[in-house]
Ligand binder design. Structure first.
Ligand SMILES: [Ca+2]
Ligand SMILES: [Ca+2]
Length: 466
């Protein structure tokens, strides 16, 4: 026995350990020659412009610049230094905070996370983004038209938070880690907020996209209690989604609002995830969303039995429309040819992500309208679209742009000023031409009793994030 025992590990000699470069930097890779004192003196100089060397939130744009940070880091910098307690930060407090961050966080992802996270946390939860986004709503030039519509602030913020988690939180844990933040393009999008039209941020901040999502929800939520049941959701896109799939969604396979779901309802947050997944079935999160729904027994693969279960309803629907459906065997042949699963008869998440045409696969099994659309197209053109990774715009972007145009056109065509929501919703669609629509007599939507009961003037984030 003793003969095969490995040699006792020899401690590395100091000279050897020094020659092995450190390669794992959870807080970013330290930069050589970072002159912290020079940065601090630049910050002190900036603070010296403020009365008593104290900065309010309004002053923080200048401080962010002195820190070499993007402009919209101003609120995270303010709150990160404890500004919410007193309404201002002293130069000493700020410098102490920033010096510590420079000494311990070496890249933007680490710094941003440190500023936003609760003390002692190394991840970001949904609520952590609220002060940052509230400041964006309050101060971004493209959102100033929202100023008077404070009821909309929380809806916009809720939507953006969901979109951040949808794209960045790849683990679905509800906790964004530094690695997830670093891997995502979120912080680049924050940089671009400074110069670009906010609607260019098609993954996170677009106001137009929020507007489309919210209007779509409002249409389904006929009693405007901010919950929708299965019958409400069935009306989405004129009953395009199959009942069996709706049942899966309402069974809680993918939803996050546990409380609402008990009463058989989805809340607005659930709807944001649903709509983005439904209108773009090619993103990793969307593929995971629908995969969970189709994996009825939760064993991590979609079996032929599960495909048959969903296809059965599609066949019945087609027959009732006078369309002859493809027999199950032929349909399975087709999709297996499309997905090319590694293991015969079992479709994994990996197979679907690899095949690049998960949208065709999913629509075949639960969205008849889109399935028939795909079928009508020249199969070669479908193939080409699916093959090309270098698409200019995503399916979601195309959908949102089209729907936005329709909503704005409806607004232009509509002269029923007492039509409640439609008018007010639509009037904020086009802030530049509709600046006058916030006149008090036209604010019926905001005074909707249901909304007041829901306490929207106090942001009901808890409801959204339950
Ligand atoms: Ca409702
Ligand atoms: Ca399964």
């Amino acid at each position: 026995m003793s003969a095969v025992q490995p040699k006792k590990e020899q401690p590395l000699t100091p000279s050897l350990s020094q020659t092995i470069p450190k390669f794992y930097f959870p807080r970013g890779c330290p930069k050589a020659n970072l002159n912290i004192d020079a940065i601090i003196s630049k910050i002190e100089k900036t603070f010296s412009q403020f009365p008593k060397e104290k900065a309010t939130l309004e002053d923080m744009g200048k401080v962010a610049k002195a820190c070499d940070c993007p402009l919209y880091w101003k609120a995270p910098l303010f709150y990160g230094a404890g500004g919410e307690r007193t309404g201002f930060i002293s130069v000493h407090k700020f410098v102490a905070m920033w010096r510590k961050i420079l000494q311990t966080c070496y890249d933007d992802a680490a710094k941003f996370l440190q500023l936003l996270a609760r003390p002692g946390c190394n991840y970001l939860e949904q609520e952590d983004f609220i002060p940052f986004l509230q400041d964006l709503v309050n101060s971004h030039p493209h959102l100033t038209f929202l100023k008077e519509a404070s009821e909309f602030h929380s809806r916009y913020i809720t939507t953006v938070v969901q979109r951040i988690f949808y794209t960045v939180n790849r683990s679905w844990s509800g906790k964004i880690t530094c690695a997830e933040l670093r891997k995502s393009n979120f912080l680049q999008n924050v940089v671009l907020l400074e110069e670009d039209d906010i609607n260019q941020s098609v993954e996170y901040f677009s106001y137009e996209h929020f507007y489309v999502i919210y209007c779509k929800f409002w249409e389904l939520d006929t009693d405007h209690d901010l919950y929708i049941d299965q019958k409400d959701l069935a009306r989405h896109n004129d009953h395009a989604i199959s009942n069996r799939m709706l049942e899966r969604i309402f069974s809680g396979a993918v939803t996050r609002g546990k409380k609402a779901l008990k009463e058989g309802k989805l809340n607005y947050v659930d709807f944001v995830w649903f709509l983005i997944s439904e209108e773009d079935k090619r993103t990793p999160t969307s593929i995971e969303y629908w995969f969970r729904c189709m994996d009825l027994d939760g064993d991590g693969v979609i079996s032929m039995y599960e495909l048959e279960y969903f296809y059965e309803e599609q066949c019945q629907k087609m027959e009732s429309l006078g369309i002859e459906p493809l027999p199950l065997e032929d349909c399975l042949c087709q999709v297996l040819d499309l997905v090319k699963p590694q293991e015969e008869g079992k479709i994994t998440l990996h197979d679907l992500k690899k095949c690049k045409q998960a949208n065709l696969f999913f629509d075949t099994f639960f969205n008849l309208e889109k399935y028939l659309d795909h079928e009508q197209k020249d199969p070669f053109s479908v193939f080409r679209v699916g093959e090309s990774d270098a698409q200019d715009i995503s399916d979601w972007e195309r959908y949102a742009a089209e729907e936005y145009d329709i909503l704005v056109a409806e607004d232009a065509a509509s002269d029923h000023w007492n039509d409640g929501c439609d008018i007010e919703l639509n009037s904020i669609a086009n802030p530049i031409t509709n600046e006058q629509t916030f006149a008090p007599e036209k604010r019926s939507f905001f005074e909707n009793p249901h909304l007041s009961e829901a306490g929207l003037e106090e942001y009901e984030y808890e409801d959204d994030f339950e």
